[in-house]
Design a protein around this ligand. Structure first.
Ligand code: NAD
Ligand code: MG
Length: 297
């Protein structure tokens, strides 16, 4: 059963949520979401599956990236978070969770559309972490527009720039520093395979990411580096109430999955942990679907 906002806990768990209609400017902040998302702050327990590894996570301040950061750190990894400067409050909240557990967190804020930032991000991460074993290409922009007739070239270009063009830049640099046994994980989406017509530009970038993941996986495998993707379905993150969905769709967000509810970021993080870990040593060019049940390839 749906809950009214006043009945909702401070952070949602694995129950069905019906978020109240709400809107933030892009990029949204987890701090302003009702209800806040569950990144595993209290629930994720690590088992040293990433002990000693060093990871850069783009979009690591909130949503799926924040849950991945918490999970990676609790699995023994050192993490660096990349995010937009305006997201500093969310990045600080994640860092507080990690630093309370004695984990070292590095902050590398900047705008991936800015070439002077994205051209040097991998080197900055290597310097901060003392090397790099895992790159999580997770930053993403999603703006819902009802019709192609209202979709500007500027939005299309920005969405492609952040979602896929930056992946080329970061992955190229990462291939030069990742050791054999290193790993790149790209965040694609159910939208790559089953596009919503109001997310035309976004869905096209996700199809491109899925395709890019396979060709990059083939090249990188020759260096012993594994490249894979995670394809989330509807996950409750700041992307959604900051123009990622039509505002009237938020109360029923994710209710069309076979489980009948949206997922929480903490439910997606284990797929990244698996793909980053040595347990996935023979998993290459794969996509892990985490979507609560939807038709998928
Ligand atoms: P989110 O808003 O928490 O994360 C997206 C992050 O992208 C932001 O936190 C921001 O740091 C980063 N970003 C956006 N524009 C940027 C820019 N110009 N420069 C640098 N960083 C920028 O939302 P999320 O849902 O956790 O998104 C993470 C990834 O998951 C995205 O790639 C998104 O497309 C993907 N995804 C989300 C869902 C979902 O339902 N939430 C489903 C499938 C895929
Ligand atoms: Mg954010």
């Amino acid at each position: 059963m749906s809950q009214t906002p006043s009945q909702q806990p401070e952070r949602a768990g694995k129950e069905r949520i019906s978020p109240p209609k709400q809107q933030q400017s892009e990029p949204g902040l987890d701090l302003k979401m009702q209800p806040k998302a569950d990144h595993g702050e209290r629930s994720y327990h690590g088992r040293e599956r990433l002990a000693g590894k060093r990871a850069l996570i783009t979009g690591g301040d909130s949503g799926i990236g924040a849950a991945v950061a918490i999970a990676f750190a609790r699995e023994g990894a050192k993490v660096a978070l990349a995010y937009l400067p305006s997201e500093e409050p969310d990045a600080q909240a994640v860092a507080t969770v990690l630093e309370d557990a004695g984990v070292e967190v590095h902050h590398l804020p900047g705008d991936l559309r800015d070439h002077s930032y994205r051209d040097t991000l991998i080197d900055e991460a290597v310097t901060a972490l003392g090397g790099l074993d895992i790159l999580v290409n997770n930053a993403g922009k999603q703006i819902s527009v009802e019709s192609l007739l209202e979709l500007s070239d500027e939005q299309v270009e920005e969405t492609f720039d952040v979602n896929i063009f930056a992946m080329f830049t970061l992955s190229r640099a990462a291939l030069q520093v990742l050791p054999a046994g290193g790993s790149i994980i790209n965040t694609t989406s159910i939208q790559a395979f089953d596009p919503s017509d109001h997310l035309m530009d976004y869905a096209a970038t996700k199809a491109a990411i899925s395709n890019f993941t396979k060709s990059l996986a083939s090249q990188a495998a020759q260096r012993g580096i594994r490249v894979n993707a995670v394809a989330p379905g509807p996950i409750w993150t700041p992307l959604q109430p900051s123009h990622g969905q039509p505002i009237e769709a938020l109360p029923e967000f994710g209710h069309d999955t076979w489980l009948g509810r949206a997922g929480q970021p903490v439910e997606v993080a284990p797929a990244y942990v698996f793909l980053a870990s040595d347990e996935a040593s023979y998993v290459v060019g794969a996509t892990v679907h985490v979507n609560g049940g939807k038709n998928q390839p």
